[in-house]
Design a protein around this ligand. Structure first.
Ligand code: PEP
Length: 248
């Protein structure tokens, strides 16, 4: 796939009915070109959405993937093979909410990345610093430490989402200069440290909305967006997709 990638992260929102309606709204516009648009839905709705989106160019993504690859006694887990089985193309890995609330560290995330790739999923590694780390000036070191998992695998089929924690769900957006600086840093870090990463896509996430999407998506080294809150509103998400050149 070439061009920008926009993934809506529904997080722990929707119900079976509202998820179906939201997906239907995205599918509704017949004059669209959705290649490069994805939705990361709650795990329990993935199978139904996989059927609903089948044959469309809207890609399905999980919000997480198990660190365990093989079937077995891992209560509550969904393996990469299961996610692929119900139609997922992408798997978010290491979203800041997973790091914060579920203590996910690089060792676990590397296993998740490997499992996703082995099952044919494209892992989307989420990285980003907290406000304290941004203010302390250590954000590049923090992001580099999170990117380190990419040095342990073939990064050719991975996607990165840079999401400053202080901009997620807060309405605060990084400035264009801040985004440009860190995206250039990430691309450069990858070139130097991660085999196969020369064409790696780096998405921006953090309060991307209809109003700011165009400027963010036009920024150098921004290859798309990971959109939380605004992806729950079909009209807002449509405008963001338009800004990414995804709709005709
Ligand atoms: C996210 O959850 O990945 C995200 C970027 O959320 P929001 O757009 O709501 O800040």
């Amino acid at each position: 796939m070439t061009g920008k990638l926009v993934i809506g992260n529904w997080k722990m929102n929707t119900r079976a009915d509202s998820a179906r309606k939201l997906a239907a709204a995205l599918l509704a516009d017949a004059e669209t070109n959705r290649d490069g648009v994805g939705i990361a839905a709650p795990a329990v709705y993935l199978a139904a959405l996989g059927e609903q989106l089948q044959g469309s160019s809207i890609a399905l993504s999980s919000q997480d993937v198990s660190r365990y690859a093989e079937d077995g006694a891992f209560t509550g887990e969904a393996s990469a093979a299961m996610l692929a089985d119900v139609g997922c193309r992408y798997a978010l890995v290491g979203h800041s909410e997973r790091r914060q609330y579920f203590g996910e560290d690089n060792a676990a995330l590397l296993q998740k990345m490997r499992n996703a790739a082995a099952a044919g999923l494209i892992p989307v590694l989420c990285v980003g610093e907290t406000l304290a780390q941004r203010e302390a000036g250590s954000y590049k070191e923090v992001v580099a430490a999170q990117l380190a998992v990419l040095a342990e695998l073939d990064a050719a089929d991975c996607v990165i989402a840079y999401e400053p924690v202080w901009a997620i769900g807060t309405g605060k957006v990084a400035t264009i200069e801040q985004i440009a600086e860190i995206h250039a840093f990430i691309k450069n870090w990858c070139l130097q440290n991660a085999a196969g990463s020369d064409k790696i896509r780096v998405l921006y996430g953090g309060s991307v909305k209809a109003e700011n999407a165009e400027a963010i998506l036009a920024t150098k080294n921004v290859d798309g967006a990971l959109v939380g809150g605004a992806s729950l509103d079909a009209d807002s998400f449509r405008v963001i997709c338009q800004a990414a050149g995804k709709l005709i």
